[in-house]
Design a binder for this molecule. Structure first.
Ligand SMILES: C[S@@+](CC[C@H](N)C(=O)[O-])C[C@H]1O[C@@H](n2cnc3c(N)ncnc32)[C@H](O)[C@@H]1O
Length: 272
């Protein structure tokens, strides 16, 4: 019942109908959520500080989804997130860029998958579409994701601004990325722009993952899946999709591996 109401309001938003009402609903929803997260923050921080540094991928995913009073729950399908981590664990991740921090769920996972001396950059546009960003007071919690030798940089910017790219280039100081996660603006044009701006910063053989590669039945606004269809015709891809009917899904390419150059896969790797 509640899901049906949510779906209906999302559809109205995407269709531009009942705009004042839809805006009010989203505003109230965000306020209630932020107040809940603010109240939970001290408890979540305490749990974060008491964590084992590097649990296995299965345990890590359970932590992100089920602990911290739900404050950092990733905006992902659990099995898809786990499948991605099981690929990431094979690669040394020294430099990571995430576009789309939101509640910090995937950022937490990536910090714990990265090397002890990693540099992790995560950007989000305050009030951005497809999640709405995060209030500044949450950076305290996000800062606690990083392990002692890691460097975490949180940029509250529009990834499509040239200044955001300059910020990233400045932070990287000439080094290349091992992993880029594109999960910000979920429109075809938005994903393409993120890929064109930040893809060149990834080293040859480095990983680039995209969220929302499967068409979402109830979401008219996000058409990231159309960009993914284009990627599939050019690159050797791996797809982590629990159900194509459900939507969402994570797509992965390895920079430099174009179509036909190496075996890919379409299975969910859920082993720990
Ligand atoms: C789907 S959420 C990210 C979810 C997060 N990666 C996770 O799994 O927990 C998308 C986020 O991207 C942000 N966003 C949208 N457009 C953006 C842009 N142009 N630049 C930076 N962030 C953007 C939104 O504010 C939102 O918080």
């Amino acid at each position: 019942m509640l899901d049906a109401v949510k779906r209906r309001i999302r559809t109205w938003r995407d269709q531009g109908r009942f705009i004042p009402f839809v805006r009010l609903v989203y505003f109230v929803h965000r306020c209630v959520r932020d107040i809940r997260h603010l109240v939970c923050l001290p408890f979540a921080m305490r749990q974060m500080r008491a964590l084992e540094a590097r649990p296995g991928t299965q345990a890590l995913v359970s932590l992100a989804f089920d602990r911290f009073l739900g404050v950092i729950r990733p905006l992902q399908v659990r099995a898809e997130g786990l499948a991605l981590l099981n690929v990431l664990k094979e690669a040394p991740l020294r430099r990571i860029l995430e576009i789309g921090t939101a509640d910090g769920g995937t950022l937490f996972l990536f910090c714990r998958m990265a090397t002890d001396d990693a540099q992790i950059i995560s950007m989000d546009l305050p009030g951005g579409r497809f999640g709405g960003g995060y209030p500044a007071w949450k950076t305290r919690l996000y800062d606690a994701f990083a392990l002692p030798g890691q460097r975490l940089e949180l940029l509250r910017v529009d990834s499509h601004d040239a200044a955001a790219l300059d910020d990233v280039l400045g932070l990287l100081g000439g080094e290349e990325l091992d992993f880029l996660f594109i999960d910000g603006d979920h429109t075809h044009a938005g994903v393409r722009q993120d890929f064109e701006m930040y893809g060149p910063l990834v080293r040859d053989g480095g990983l680039i993952a995209f969220h929302d590669i499967a068409e979402h039945p109830a979401r008219a606004a996000g058409d990231a899946h159309r960009f993914w269809a284009e990627m599939k015709s050019q690159y050797r891809v791996e797809e982590f999709v629990e159900s194509w009917e459900q939507g969402y899904g994570i797509g992965l390419i390895r920079k430099g591996l174009i179509c036909g150059s190496a075996p890919g896969g379409d299975a969910l790797h859920t082993d720990d």
